[in-house]
Design a protein around this ligand. Structure first.
Ligand code: GLY
Length: 575
């Protein structure tokens, strides 16, 4: 059995080893993709990416365009007032990096800011309104990607989003569902109500939603870059708006925000290669752990009940580590070498009793959902790849818009652990490692991922809060078995996150006989009434050059394949 290689902090290698790696990797003999591919959660965002590639951009320019367009047409999922992780692979030198545009806690944040006088978590304080908002990272990330990896000026890559914000887009049913769910929070902010509601109510389907303030903010970023958002008039509007409503942001919080380039988590295992999000996302760490445990146990020949039981036990153990050890490693010590050790993964895998569920309490001693957040995947004809998962956290974030900006603020502060052991909105518990501290980034589950299995590269990710990581794991295993991409994104899902100690099962995902067998082994089953997740995936067969793309049928997203030559200069016109 080949030794896995796991990295997650820094990946410095002598130049000769990179050369040897290049010579012998499948990529050295790859057939370039036969077309460009984009899959995103909204057809207008996919279209924005296509327009920018047709204007001469590469996958990174398209990522800027898609991210900005999503901020306009899918404001419940992500936006300029939020953050995210953009995983990039540059084909020319195989450079791989995670652009960390995650929100940060403001400098005045304190560990107990969401607790009452009795030390109890105040209901909703980290979810609704200005106190829930971290300092946004998305605008800085878009500017960084454009300046360091793109080919086009921001004036071109942001143009589709500017047009969509200025001229409007037709409200769809997904928007209406999410706005209905967050109606109270949106009504509480006059600027949000003016931007997202009509007469204080959810707009009817087909209503053309125009966001002129957001268009102006995007235009300012297009012409002046990062400073336009983090300093000057927009920054003042943001801080004034937040503070007028009882928030704690300062101009310095915005001025000091920085994007961080981080080495992704990488795992090589049995001819496969995982590249995924590193801390402050828990995604890559947990995926690497789960794949190592599965490798140690082996899944070949297992029936559905045995396979599901094994996957659930592996998820339980990985999510237990998330709760116990993980946080922003720039602020706390995270024992990554231990958490990612192969020996430990093997020992934990051997502890799994195939006849009985392990109670989560014992395991811990021993060692709205799914339409918030957004993911897109892009491959261009040069082989450049982007997997990006972006968020404002809960649908429509905090529900707060600072007047004059058009920027809907996130409620990502809820991803911190407000109190050790107290569950957040996704039921996730955390520990001191993920306690609130000034300038710290809250632990995330967002897992933009590249997965290489032989010659086949899959680019994937999904929204879904705590269920993001388990969805990506199931997607990787389906990629291993060669499932067609359209079936991979559509397949039924199940999830376990250590606590609460139960398996969440999508409608129809598992047969009744399998559910009965899992219950017999001691598992608690929660049958979900609604599906979850919205996976967007792209696949490239490096041997043949064939490309595929698929959008999850649970959402309204769109995947496109197209053949424009790359590198042709031009400008973008809305269609
Ligand atoms: N806000 C969801 C996440 O980052 O995991």
């Amino acid at each position: 059995m080949a030794d896995p290689v796991v990295t997650g902090v820094s990946r410095k290698a002598p130049a000769w080893s990179l050369f040897v790696l290049w010579l012998f990797s499948a990529g050295a003999m790859a057939t370039l993709p036969r077309g460009h591919a984009i899959a995103s959660a909204h057809p207008l965002a996919t279209e924005a990416g296509r327009l920018v590639i047709e204007a001469g951009g590469n996958a990174f320019d398209a990522a800027v365009a898609v991210s900005a367009a999503l901020a306009v047409v899918e404001p419940y999922g992500s936006g300029l007032g939020g953050g995210g992780f953009w995983l990039l692979h540059r084909a020319s030198d195989r450079h791989e990096v995670m652009i960390d545009g995650r929100e940060r806690a403001p400098a005045a944040a304190t560990a107990d800011m969401y607790l009452d006088a009795n030390g109890q978590v105040i209901n909703g304080a980290s979810i609704d309104g200005v106190l829930a908002a971290g300092i946004p990272g998305a605008p800085a990330a878009l500017v960084h990607i454009a300046e360091h990896y793109g080919r086009l000026p921001l004036a071109v890559s942001l143009q589709p989003a500017i047009i969509l914000a200025r001229d409007g887009f037709p409200v769809d049913e997904a928007y209406r569902r999410m706005a209905e769910w967050r109606l109270a929070a949106l009504r509480a902010s006059p600027a949000a109500a003016a931007q997202f509601l009509v007469g204080g109510d959810v707009p009817p389907a087909g209503h053309r939603l125009r966001q002129p303030d957001l268009a102006k903010t995007l235009e300012a970023i297009a012409s002046a870059g990062m400073r336009a958002f983090y300093e000057g008039e927009i920054a003042r509007h943001l801080v004034d708006g937040v503070r007028a409503h009882g928030g704690i942001w300062t101009l310095e919080d915005l001025r000091d925000y920085r994007v961080v380039e981080r080495a992704p988590v990488e795992l090589r295992l049995q001819g496969k290669r995982l590249v995924s999000a590193s801390l402050p996302s828990s995604g890559g760490v947990l995926l690497a752990q789960m794949l190592m445990m599965l490798d140690a146990r082996g899944t070949a020949g297992l029936g559905v009940a045995d396979r599901t039981h094994l996957l659930v036990e592996v998820m339980r153990r990985a999510y237990a580590d998330r709760a116990r050890y993980l946080g922003d490693s720039d602020h706390v010590h995270v024992p990554l070498a231990r958490v990612l050790s192969r020996g430990r993964a093997q020992r934990r895998a051997q502890q799994i009793d195939m006849a009985r569920a392990t109670p989560s309490t014992r395991e811990a001693l021993a060692v709205g959902e799914g339409q918030d957040t957004s993911h897109f995947s892009i491959l261009d004809r040069e082989g450049n790849r982007v997997a990006a998962t972006l968020s404002v956290n809960y649908p429509f974030g905090s529900g707060f818009v600072a007047a004059g900006t058009g920027v809907l603020l996130n409620d990502e502060m809820d991803d911190f652990s407000a109190r050790p052991g107290s569950a957040n909105v996704y039921g996730l518990v955390g520990n001191d490692a993920n306690a609130i501290a000034p300038g710290k980034r809250m632990l995330s589950s967002m897992s933009p991922t590249f997965y290489e299995h032989g010659d086949v590269v899959t680019i994937l990710g999904t929204p879904g809060g705590s269920r993001i990581i388990s969805q990506v794991l199931l997607g990787l295993l389906d990629a291993d078995s060669g499932l067609p991409l359209s079936e991979l994104v559509a397949k039924g899902r199940f999830h376990h996150q250590y606590l609460p100690d139960r398996i969440d099962v999508e409608p129809g995902a598992l047969d009744e006989s399998v559910l009965a067998e899992l219950q017999r082994r001691g598992h608690t089953i929660r049958r979900l009434e609604q599906p979850y997740g919205n996976m967007q995936a792209v696949r490239w067969d490096r041997r043949s050059g064939a490309v595929d793309a698929a959008a999850d049928p649970r959402g309204i997203g769109q995947a496109v394949l197209f053949h424009t030559e790359i590198g042709r200069a031009g400008s973008v016109q809305g269609r």
